[in-house]
Design a binder for this molecule. Structure first.
Ligand code: PMP
Ligand code: G9A
Length: 404
């Protein structure tokens, strides 16, 4: 066999494997309680409704739904998404502002690859979504992490950094944030902070990429309006996804971009990757919105995840060492934990897996790969009994490490 790895394009050396993807492969089919991937609870999938829709879509739209489509996406779906966006407070847009993508992951790829040059300054939350950071890393920007607080990104710290960069004659190109039920922290930025972040963006003239993956998955209190809802300058690029509110297997996300010329660039890159997002799933999703299936399913998703979140926090209190700390998520799918500095969660992973539990080591969630004593623990997928059992095993594993 000839070797391809000796013939690689230079750019490939900046690619980084996702811990989440690797773990998904490692735990598949094994008898392991997985707190690793952010998999939705399959009982939240509206399977019977989807079955009916598939038949109806094929009866009504087969000549379009099985055909090639436009790069921006199926008009029926983009129109439905205009209405759907208003549930997150986003108004004043038309279907032309929407591009349908293969998951919001593709939207992240399209944005970062069309806006970021090597050396550009990009601000992210620390910790942030590892797969977004990996796309960014391949662009070789100067990544600056701003610590995450219970109220989202620490804006005092952000302002300090912005001032300092300005004094050095540097400008920030882009800020990436998950302001609602953040992955991995589970925290939400209150309305006042959202307004302040937009003011800072305006004053220092940078672009905001708002990843609203968990905008509908807030179970304590109300979900604040999206940053995009407060954006008067078209400065916010907004990403939505069907993965958490319908099913990730559809691989459907969407992007709101109000600058027509920029949208054209995005579409050129998208067309060079996949021509367009699969048409059949777009018709199914449009119908799921139109029939109210998604909106009617959200209370059930929130109820199930809230119950699991509560079970996880209770188990952590009971089984984790007293000097560990963890986030108190108000939504989303994850708890993020800070363990005593002595613990290296990457080194500990194999030991935990041997005992039957998996988690995601936290370092990859930090732009500088610090956070070696942190871990992300998913609560949406495991059953309540598994949460109790698995957190006990994980707590025992940590305690054994500490006593070594
Ligand atoms: N952004 C965030 C914050 C996520 O957590 C995820 C997946 N969990 C994604 C983007 C990508 O999801 P998808 O491609 O399924 O929309
Ligand atoms: O675990 C997550 O954050 C979501 C899932 C990502 C993936 O499957 O790669």
């Amino acid at each position: 066999m000839i070797s391809f790895s000796s013939r690689l394009a230079d750019e490939t050396k900046y690619l980084r494997a996702s811990e989440i993807r690797d773990l998904l492969k490692l735990t598949e089919g094994k008898n392991v309680i997985s707190f690793a991937g952010g998999l939705p609870d399959p009982s939240t999938f509206p399977t019977e409704d989807i079955k009916k829709i598939i038949y109806d879509v094929l009866d009504t739209y087969s000549s379009q739904a099985l055909q090639y489509g436009t790069t921006s996406g199926v008009t029926l779906l983009r129109k439905a998404l205009v209405d759907f966006s208003s549930l997150r407070g986003i108004t004043g847009i038309t279907e032309d502002d929407i591009t349908v993508t293969v998951g919001s992951e593709e939207a992240l790829y399209l944005i970062f690859n069309t806006l970021i040059n090597p050396g550009d300054i990009v601000i992210v939350e620390a910790p942030s979504y590892v797969s977004a950071l990996n796309i960014l890393r391949a662009r070789r920007p100067e990544l600056i992490g701003i610590e995450l607080t219970q109220e989202g990104m620490n804006l005092d710290k952000l302002e300090e950094v912005l001032k300092q960069l300005k004094n050095e004659g540097k400008t920030v190109k882009l800020l990436y944030t998950i302001p609602t039920a953040q992955n991995p922290g589970g925290v939400t930025m209150p309305l006042e902070n959202r307004k302040r972040l937009l003011e800072l963006a305006s004053e220092y003239d940078f672009v905001i990429v708002e990843d609203d993956a968990y905008g509908f998955i807030v179970f304590d209190g109300e979900s604040p309006p999206a940053l995009k809802a407060l954006d008067k300058e078209g400065r916010v690029l907004y990403l939505g996804t069907f993965s958490k509110i319908l099913a990730p297997g559809f691989r459907l996300g969407w992007l709101i971009v109000q600058d027509r010329n920029y949208r054209r660039v995005i579409e050129m890159l998208k067309a060079s990757i996949d021509l367009h997002t699969p048409t059949l799933t777009q018709y199914i999703a449009a119908e799921a919105i139109r029939r109210g299936i998604i909106i009617n399913n959200i209370p059930k998703i929130r109820r199930i995840y809230k119950e699991k979140r509560d079970a996880m926090l209770k188990a952590l209190e009971e089984y984790f060492p007293k000097d560990a700390e963890w986030s108190k998520p108000i939504g989303g799918m994850f708890v993020f934990a800070w363990l005593p500095k002595k613990i290296n969660t990457t080194d500990m992973l194999m030991k935990a897996m041997e005992r039957g539990v998996a988690y995601v080591p936290g370092a990859g969630f930090y732009p500088d790969l610090s956070g070696t004593n942190t871990m992300r623990i998913n609560f949406s997928y495991p059953k309540i009994e598994e949460i109790q059992k698995g957190i006990k095993i994980l707590g025992d594993t940590i305690k054994d490490e500490l006593s070594r």
